[in-house]
Design a protein around this ligand. Structure first.
Ligand code: ZN
Ligand code: ZN
Length: 286
């Protein structure tokens, strides 16, 4: 089996990830306007009415902005845990088709299995997701201040990982932001730096890993090439220099990557269908 993944948007302005098996389409987070969700799905040949489920990681507005559209204009069910569901409603968003999951309890959407797992972040009950189709595993952890043992366990053995590489510590230090905000970002409830993401990848990468997507890259306090370099170096140290490292951004979707277990053991890069979008984002180690 295979999974296709496209990061429609990622960053503090909005996050949404499209994952599809041959028969099931899901969106992880809906932090874009309805118009943007439709337009960006359109760029990869998808329609919002064919999305089978929207999964929500936590209630921050960059992850739920499109829920009003999803609720009013579509019939897609929204999967989230009960604390996040309460927090979303408290923020004034309608949730007429909420499907409540329990953290660490797998559930099925067509031929896709999902295990939501707890992460540390300053929201009610934030989660990451491990998404499986047959043997293929993609794990997604954005918005986490610190990688717990549970997070490492969930990421290990993935064929693709979407991981936050939010900031460069030096750029964050020198940026004229309020001290309290910087402390929040750096805290164990905040966001992962490039360095933390790189050492996490070093701990969890196996020869199965085909692609690492760097998510939630700060536009003020990071540069995509810094994160790509750090993570690529970590992978090369492990002998996984073939693994693709892809920076994501808010402004435009990545290409569509097909992740299949056929590449197991070869460490081959994921195949992509949109070379245009990806130019300059795939760094080959020498
Ligand atoms: Zn957040
Ligand atoms: Zn966020």
């Amino acid at each position: 089996m295979r999974l296709k993944i496209c990061i429609l948007a990622s960053g503090s302005a909005g996050n949404s990830i499209h994952v599809a098996s041959d028969t099931t389409d899901i969106l992880i987070d809906a932090g874009l306007s309805g118009r943007q969700i439709e337009a960006r799905l359109g760029t990869i040949g998808k329609k919002v009415e064919n999305v089978d489920a929207v999964l929500i990681s936590h209630e921050h507005s960059d992850h739920i902005r499109g829920l009003r559209f999803i609720d009013k204009k579509t019939s897609i069910p929204v999967y989230l845990n009960s604390a996040t569901s309460r927090a979303v409603k408290d923020r004034g968003f309608p949730l007429s088709r909420a499907r409540i999951f329990t953290n660490n309890s797998p559930f099925t959407l067509g031929d896709i299995r999902v295990t939501p797992f707890s992460v540390t972040h300053d929201a009610s009950d934030p989660v990451g997701f491990a998404v499986y189709a047959g043997e293929v595993k993609i794990s997604i952890a954005t918005d986490l201040g610190h990688a717990t043992h549970l997070v490492k366990d969930m990421l290990r053995g993935s064929h693709a990982i979407v991981i936050e590489a939010n900031h460069d510590p030096r750029l964050l230090r020198d940026h004229p932001r309020p001290w309290a905000l910087k402390q929040r970002i750096k805290s164990r409830q905040g966001h992962l730096s490039n360095e933390s993401a790189a050492s996490l990848i070093e701990e969890v990468a196996t020869e199965k890993l085909q692609a690492v997507f760097l998510a939630h890259i700060s536009s003020d306090c990071n540069r995509p090439h810094i994160g790509i370099e750090k993570i690529s170096r970590s992978l090369a140290r492990l002998g996984f220099g073939e693994t693709a490292v892809i920076a994501t951004c808010y402004e435009r979707p990545t290409g569509v990557f097909e992740i299949s277990a056929d590449n197991d053991g070869g460490g081959a890069p994921a195949r992509y269908t949109d070379k245009e979008t990806l130019q300059g984002t795939h760094i080959e180690e020498e």
